[in-house]
Ligand binder design. Structure first.
Ligand code: SF4
Length: 367
């Protein structure tokens, strides 16, 4: 059975910025602590998703001040599956995946692909020319050319300024198949380089450093470890993160032994960014995180009068969802005949990960 590494735009971006950093993050799986800016970005994304799907605006939410200036750039009448779309494609026998904030058919074989970006100022916003050459934009567009039979893709990156004056900027570019193929060539080269490193089972602390990237967005979270060329103390599973060409698409599998109290724990099995395969126990129930959270959201709505937990306010939403979800898991007692599917690529998946891991009897993670 052939197994393959799974590539994403953020992973490839990290690899190109510093291979050593990529190794710590993706080979050793040491997640950097979430920054305040990243948390705010996730909250804005969640509120925008809610707005685009349900057309509901939380005018009293502090997030709304950030979002409102960008509304004029958003398309109308999007369906749920056009928002936060998980996509996947195979190119040159390599697997790529990601999440597109919004996409829409514009007619004449042209598709719109949009991305929300929060920023403290527009200094780092892409220009239309750099957007056309941007790695993330080209991977997203590749999916549209491969899977939607697009002839052209309109890329629309919306920047929401979070500091000083709240304002938004829209950067747009159009790209055709040939331009995209030209831009993807070097991206696929980087992906191949990653696969060679994985195949060679290289240790992350032996990978080349790019010291020019150490302070690019504040101090690199791996700075201390990297400075001393230290091997990470995280125990890696023997098998690299892989997926099988015959598995349901994108089910990279790694079983993590979790806290000792979880041994013989008859609680539910959690799958993060992967799916159970035929070799796994036959589950009586498989529940997507969105399904699991429905009654939790209803309770928060009733008791806190909030249409979405993320609107509890910046910094409070994680505690809120953790409290209500823990209670729900305790009261419902999902046992080991239940598989719960989550993803850290969604804001809800990130916010609930710790709570779910603490309650699960077994955790299987992709990345
Ligand atoms: S500290 Fe610098 S060289 Fe080391 S991993 Fe981070 S970015 Fe790379």
């Amino acid at each position: 059975m052939t197994k393959k590494w799974v590539h994403s735009a953020s992973q490839l971006d990290t690899f190109r910025s510093c291979q050593r950093k990529w190794g710590y993050r993706y080979l050793d799986r040491i997640s950097p602590p979430p920054s305040k800016a990243a948390q705010l970005g996730s909250s804005v994304h969640a509120a925008l998703e809610h707005f685009l799907v349900d057309n509901k605006a939380e005018l009293r939410s502090p997030l709304w001040k950030i979002i409102e200036p960008g509304l004029k750039f958003l398309p109308n009448n999007l369906q749920k599956d056009q928002v936060e779309k998980h996509f996947a494609f195979i190119e040159d026998e390599m697997f790529f995946h990601g999440f597109i904030d919004f996409h829409q058919y514009l007619g004449d074989k042209t598709w719109l692909i949009g991305d929300h970006k929060t920023c403290s100022s527009f200094d780092h916003a892409l220009s239309p020319t750099s957007l056309k050459e941007n790695l993330q934009a080209n991977i997203y567009a590749r999916w549209a050319f491969n899977n939607l039979s697009a002839d052209k893709v309109t890329l629309r990156w919306i920047y929401y300024q979070t500091k000083s004056k709240n304002q938004a900027r829209c950067v747009e570019s159009e790209i055709d198949t040939q331009e995209n193929l030209d831009n993807c060539r070097s991206i696929f080269e980087s992906a191949k380089e990653i696969e060679s490193i994985v195949k060679a089972e290289s240790e992350s602390f032996t990978l080349p450093k790019s010291t020019g990237s150490c302070f690019k967005y504040g101090r690199c979270p791996y700075f201390a470890m990297c400075k001393n060329d230290r091997r990470s103390s995280i125990i890696k599973p023997k098998a690299p993160r892989e997926i099988s060409l015959h598995d349901p698409i994108f089910s990279p599998k790694e079983s993590y032994p979790i806290m000792s109290s979880a041994q013989n724990n008859p609680s539910f099995h959690l799958y993060v960014d992967c799916l159970p395969t035929k070799c796994d126990a036959a589950y009586e129930r498989t529940i997507e995180l969105s399904e699991l959270l429905k009654p939790v959201f209803t309770q928060i709505k009733t008791e806190k009068e909030l249409s979405h937990y993320r609107l509890a306010g910046y910094g409070q939403h994680v505690g809120l969802i953790a409290t209500y979800l823990s209670e729900h898991l305790k009261n419902t007692a999902y046992d080991n005949r239940t598989a719960i599917l989550s993803s850290v690529k969604t804001p809800e998946g990130c916010d609930t990960l710790q709570t779910l891991i603490a309650a699960a009897g077994q955790v299987t993670r992709g990345f």
